[in-house]
Design a protein. Structure first.
Length: 314
């Protein structure tokens, strides 16, 4: 199965508890102080109010460690609220029990107050984001996938992916400069740049498309997992994207070869989708605020947790 193309719907909050999250930004010193995080000696176990987030000696990338900390904050909050039995045992593998997952859902439904958007808010959002609600947009793309699977050291994988991204972007930029200056050189440069990307995909990509130079063919937003689609659609960039695309499958270096713009839709046609998008944004904001509150009240060891940037709410 092509890891980019998927009919899977966006994950619910509980499903995210069971997935490896995309890396988030590292919190600044103020956020660390606010979260009450403490850094133990190297090799120590990270904990939330004394509950271990992993087994001793296990090395987790910072994003997954934050993910587990957020899940544990919510699990403990559900216990304090009487929604989860006090003897529910926390695992050290980042996976909660079915009872805990249901309790967290109930907790969030009770605690998060999300106001519905007004018609004026919806119309303003639609006017500011016409490409987001256009239909029929297609992108011809290829990628190099650095897969993130259990046991993979993301901290070691990330520099390799970023180094390849920089190399391919430089090749892309050199091609564009030569194309502007000399048509004959442009043809050769384009071929060289294309070969460089295809060669990199064959050498490095963990996707079956690597054998075909990373080619993904023509994509529509519905063909892709949500986090991949967000980076590709509704924007004008053609060429190697300026940053890594992070998905549940790993780190992607992506090149957009061609774009076919979608057809703008009148507000009345997409009003429901606009309202849903704004409600989801409001829910995300409420969750961030709630997690920030829980983090401020907890004793965190070995994890720097900035609830505003946690992968849990992406």
């Amino acid at each position: 199965m092509n890891p980019v193309k998927s009919g899977e719907e966006a994950m619910t909050i509980v499903e995210v508890h069971r997935q490896r999250a995309a890396p988030a930004r590292r919190p600044d010193s103020d956020a660390q102080a606010e979260s009450g995080a403490r850094s133990p000696a190297a090799g120590a176990v990270a904990r939330v109010d004394g509950i271990a987030l992993h087994v001793a000696g296990e090395l987790l990338d910072p994003a997954e460690l934050r993910q587990r900390a957020c899940t544990e904050l919510l699990r403990q909050a559900a216990q304090r609220a009487g929604l989860l039995a006090a003897d529910d045992a926390a695992g050290d593998d980042g996976v909660v029990s079915e009872a805990a997952a249901s309790a967290i859902e109930a907790l969030l439904e009770r605690e998060l107050r999300v106001p519905g958007p007004s018609d004026e808010d919806c119309r303003r959002h639609h006017a500011a984001n016409p490409a987001r609600y256009a239909t029929g947009e297609r992108v011809l793309a290829r990628h190099v996938l650095f897969a993130v699977t259990p046991g993979v050291d993301v901290n070691a994988l990330l520099p390799r992916a970023e180094q390849l991204l920089l190399k391919l972007r430089c090749d892309d930029g050199a091609r564009d400069r030569r194309a502007a200056g000399d048509a004959d050189d442009a043809g050769g440069a384009g071929s060289t740049a294309g070969d460089a990307f295809a060669a990199a995909a064959r050498e490095w990509s963990n996707c079956p498309s690597g054998a075909d130079g990373g080619a993904l063919g023509w994509l529509r937003s519905a063909d892709c997992v949500p986090e991949f689609a967000r980076e590709l659609f509704g924007q004008p960039v053609v060429g190697v994207l300026p940053r890594l695309v992070r998905t549940r499958f790993g780190l992607h270096v992506v090149e957009v070869l061609e774009r076919e713009p979608g057809v703008a839709q009148p507000y009345e046609t997409v009003a429901g989708a606009v309202a849903l998008a704004l409600r989801q944004q409001a829910w995300t904001t409420a969750l961030r605020q709630y997690l920030r509150l829980l983090a401020a009240q907890a004793r965190l060891e070995g994890v720097d947790l900035d609830a505003a940037g946690t992968p849990l709410v992406q």
